[in-house]
Design a protein around this ligand. Structure first.
Ligand code: TXE
Length: 467
């Protein structure tokens, strides 16, 4: 929320500290103009058939795929993630748009049995002008999660990207416009959260708002939205537990933990943020995990072979560094690998931090109860499934969780008992477009992806026809 006030926002490349580009700092008036233009465009867009809208989304997705290298390079420059991850994200964006385009013809209401009053049926209609507030960690994929269902359902959408990563969103918007989606139907307002973001949250003319970001800002957005009559979807933080049972395939669980924690430099809402390993396999698991994590090649995401980029900015690095600094002294923990700012001279202008594994910290310390948004993985040893589940459910979060086991009984117990919006068995992190995704407890409310998200962008009208 601390963004300095000038007319222009300079977007900083976190790997080099240099400018990756600039964007306009939109004011509340700019947001109000975007809303006005969208209101004028709404009836024309809503009147198109879902198939016509889908055609434009298919074209956009195709263009995004064709320009994936250029888009991925821009995403890496503004966000820091390695180029292969940026490409995955761009392809993920195209896949989400294609998914919603492909189900456009399935939008339907219900036909209800004839009653004494005659025939009844429901129709699904778009809500009107919707808003999307996007964070910096997965800016393109999260944009697609909100854009696909909102546009297919016949709404207009105004997107407010994070001021740390607005450049790729702007380019995606230009692609959508060049493929025939009108500029006033889909627009991007770049600017600070306190100015442009608040304007969307406070407006009574925004029918639905989907927010992804921190719990603190999400709660604030909820307060701003209160009384405006808008439908709110909140995708907030997570502190996903990963439980590794005695019968798990240890090598694949180690690989899953590494991919699940260090992808995007640990800055993913559904990253593996806490590991609970059964005691009889704990030593072998920690040894193999430490070995793999110490081999992760950290560096500028543009350079081939880089497996982990920098944190989003120097403040984020400072925060992680401060958190870890007293962990051995104050909590009796042991840093098995990493734990420091990456010190090599060629990386000194970027916000790099070593991939870190920590063992032996008390299970009720902040590493296990808070969301740590960086490449730090705490490992705890548990005696059985009951203890694992009790520890996993200890936090205020309830986004994702995973259990690694060959046993059907363990899988059932974990999927039944874990407080989480999504539970993976022998996997973590990946979510295909057709699978609904969202949190419980303080991790948010509402769902993105799948048919559930499409429903969030439509209202149901009931018709009773008496002959
Ligand atoms: O998020 P914010 P930030 C967590 C993570 C991270 C921390 C801060 O712990 O370190 O949040 O990240 C807009 N009204 N997550 O500062 O502040 C803002 O401009 C309306 C977890 O980026 O929540 C941006 O577009 N909007 C999360 C968006 O909200 C406002 C992903 C998110 O910003 C606003 C990202 C306001 N008053 C961060 N203030 C996850 N778990 O995936 C800000 N915004």
């Amino acid at each position: 929320m601390n963004e300095k006030e000038t007319d222009i926002i300079d977007v900083i490349n976190p790997a080099t500290g240099e400018s990756a580009g600039t964007v306009k700092r939109c004011t509340k008036d700019d947001v109000h103009s975007a809303i006005e233009m969208a209101e004028d465009a709404f009836s024309g867009w809503a009147a198109k058939s879902p198939r016509e809208r889908a055609k434009l989304l298919f074209l956009s997705a195709q263009e995004i795929r064709e320009r994936q290298t250029e888009l991925a390079e821009l995403l890496t420059a503004e966000q820091g993630k390695p180029l292969f991850e940026a490409k995955n994200e761009i392809q993920g964006c195209a896949a989400v748009l294609e998914y919603y385009a492909s189900i456009s013809g399935t939008v339907r209401g219900d036909f209800l049995p004839k009653s004494d009053y005659g025939y009844s049926f429901t129709v699904k209609k778009p809500l009107g002008i919707c808003g999307a507030i996007i964070p910096w960690n997965m800016p393109v994929l999260i944009l697609a999660w909100k854009t696909g269902p909102a546009l297919v359902a016949g709404n207009c959408l105004i997107v407010k990207p994070s001021s740390k990563t607005p450049l790729t969103s702007q380019k995606i918007a230009a692609i959508l416009h060049s493929c025939g989606i009108p500029e006033d139907v889909f627009s991007v307002v770049t600017g600070s959260g306190s100015e442009a973001g608040s304007a969307l949250a406070e407006s009574r003319r925004i029918a639905a708002l989907s927010f992804t970001g921190s719990v603190e800002t999400g709660n604030f957005v909820e307060k701003l939205s209160c009384g405006t009559g808008k439908r709110l979807t909140l995708e907030l933080g997570g502190s996903d537990p990963m439980i590794v049972c005695s019968d798990a395939d240890i090598d694949s669980a180690v690989a899953g933990a590494v991919a699940g924690r260090y992808y995007n430099c640990g800055q993913t809402c559904t990253a593996v943020k806490r590991l609970y390993v059964m005691e009889d396999i704990a030593e072998e698991f920690k040894r193999k995990l430490t070995e793999k994590v110490s081999q992760i090649k950290t560096g500028n995401g543009m350079i081939k072979g880089t497996k982990m980029g920098p944190l989003i900015d120097m403040d984020a690095r400072e925060k992680i560094s401060m958190l870890i600094s007293g962990i051995e002294r104050d909590y009796g923990a042991e840093i098995l690998t990493g734990g420091k700012i990456t010190g090599t001279p060629e990386l000194k202008s970027g916000s790099f931090f070593e991939p870190t594994v920590i063992a032996g910290a008390p299970k009720d310390c902040f590493l296990f109860t808070e969301e740590i948004f960086g490449p730090v993985l705490p490992v705890a040893v548990v005696k059985d499934m009951d203890e694992a589940i009790e520890e996993a459910n200890r936090t205020k979060f309830g986004l994702g969780a995973s259990v690694w086991t060959k046993s059907l009984k363990n899988s059932f117990e974990a999927t039944e008992m874990l407080d989480a919006g999504i539970v993976w068995v022998n996997r973590h992190l990946k979510i295909p477009p057709e699978v609904p995704f969202g949190g419980e407890k303080e991790s948010g409310s509402g769902r993105e992806n799948g048919l559930s998200a499409l429903d969030r962008y439509m209202k149901e009208k009931t018709v009773i026809m008496t002959p």
